[in-house]
Write a new protein. Structure first.
Length: 393
């Protein structure tokens, strides 16, 4: 029998607004002894059904799977993944001849909190972020095969580093279907080698696809610096856009090697590109007006609220260095992928950087994640990627 969790009077309002998180402070009573990952039923103070979801003994105590009283069985998982796939087809991503890398399922944005699925041509890379999702992995893998059929020949579970640290289960990275570890994907007709076994995240930062395209549109005849460039996505797009030169910087030597490989895939023997394995802050300290388009795309400076202030200082410091040194009339593409950093706080950090640099800065665009990284209108916290494209006088 399902565990029944009763909410305090008035706390059902967030459920009526279809927010998928139930916090521990909203809970009046737990009828039963749920284990982490169990499916529990949520009721109001009068015992009326509200929702059902995965139990987790921390501040977010329940992540909602359904606001309807329905069986959470194989049909449920298949229908949810089919709905996500249908949206990607409607977006022109699934089945595109120009782009074959996209996010198939994006957690709360697709109604399945704690689940990420990225598609790289014929491979699906899965990450579980909650115990409940991990316990449903068999049904989820079955659903991927049923919905995508022959379009997928490899399924790789890359959850070893994403499961709750103190959770009751320990995941390991493993092939569920096939054994292909890497491939060359096409994104807006640019080619990239993706290694989901050794690479960061699921192997490639899918979420910057449309922002990379924007760099391409503005790169013509510019000298471009791609800071913290990982495997060179922005660099390839800048070269496609006709940049005069492109320099890629990342502290990781393996990332720089992959950057050079990706540039060579698209522009063999092109002398416009050079890559450097060095610290971003050190490199930015003395670039002497060399660049008139700079891209700042660092990893998340803050993953938890308690380090937010330090993160905001980090963004300010990085952006200030870039604004101080960029050529007059230059373009700054600056991003934060920290979920705990709001759009307002990120903008304030860039404002402080511009003020300290004592240069006039105008915001041309405010950008976010692409459409396949869906944001539920009921869950604004899902908008984790934010960016500003600025003109520096």
């Amino acid at each position: 029998m399902s565990v029944i969790i009763t909410l305090k009077s008035g706390k059902e309002i967030s459920i009526f607004r279809r927010h998928p998180w139930i916090f521990s402070g909203a809970i009046k009573n737990i009828d039963g002894k749920p284990k982490e990952g169990d499916i529990v039923t949520i009721v109001d103070n009068q015992g009326n059904f509200l929702a059902q979801g995965h139990y987790q003994p921390n501040s977010i105590m329940v992540r909602v799977l359904s606001f309807e009283a329905k069986a959470i069985n194989q049909d449920f998982w298949t229908n949810r993944i089919a709905a996500a796939y249908g949206m990607r087809k409607a977006l022109g991503l699934a089945g595109s001849s120009h782009t074959n890398v996209y996010r198939l399922l994006h957690g709360e944005g697709d109604g399945l909190p704690g689940l990420i699925i990225d598609v790289y041509d014929k491979a699906a890379v899965v990450q579980f972020h909650t115990t409940g999702m991990f316990l449903a992995r068999k049904e989820i893998f079955n659903a991927i095969e049923e919905v995508l059929g022959d379009a997928i020949t490899t399924i790789y579970d890359k959850s070893e580093g994403t499961m709750p640290f103190k959770g009751p289960v320990k995941a390991q990275n493993e092939f569920i279907k096939g054994n292909q570890a890497s491939t060359i994907v096409r994104e807006h007709d640019n080619l990239f080698k993706v290694d989901w076994v050794e690479g960061q995240k699921t192997g490639f930062f899918v979420d910057q696809r449309e922002n990379r395209k924007l760099v391409q549109e503005y790169a013509k005849d510019r000298k471009v610096l791609n800071m913290v460039g990982y495997t060179g996505g922005f660099s390839v797009y800048a070269m496609r856009g006709g940049a005069e030169l492109v320099h890629s910087v990342d502290v990781s030597k393996s990332a720089i090697e992959m950057t050079n490989e990706n540039v060579e895939l698209n522009f063999p023997n092109d002398p416009r590109h050079e890559a450097f394995a060095t610290d971003a802050f050190a490199y930015l300290s003395d670039i002497q007006d060399k660049y008139d388009l700079i891209i700042l795309d660092p990893p998340a400076f803050a993953k938890h609220q308690n380090v937010l202030d330090n993160a905001l200082q980090g963004y300010k410091k990085l952006n200030q260095k870039a604004i101080e040194q960029i050529k007059p009339g230059g373009l700054l593409f600056t991003f934060s992928c920290s979920q705990v950093v709001s759009k307002e706080n990120f903008r304030k950090s860039v404002f402080a950087a511009a003020a300290n640099a004592r240069r006039n800065v105008s915001i041309l665009y405010q950008v976010s994640q692409p459409s396949d990284h869906a944001i539920s209108i009921f869950h604004p916290e899902g908008e984790y990627l934010k960016g500003l494209i600025c003109y520096v006088e």
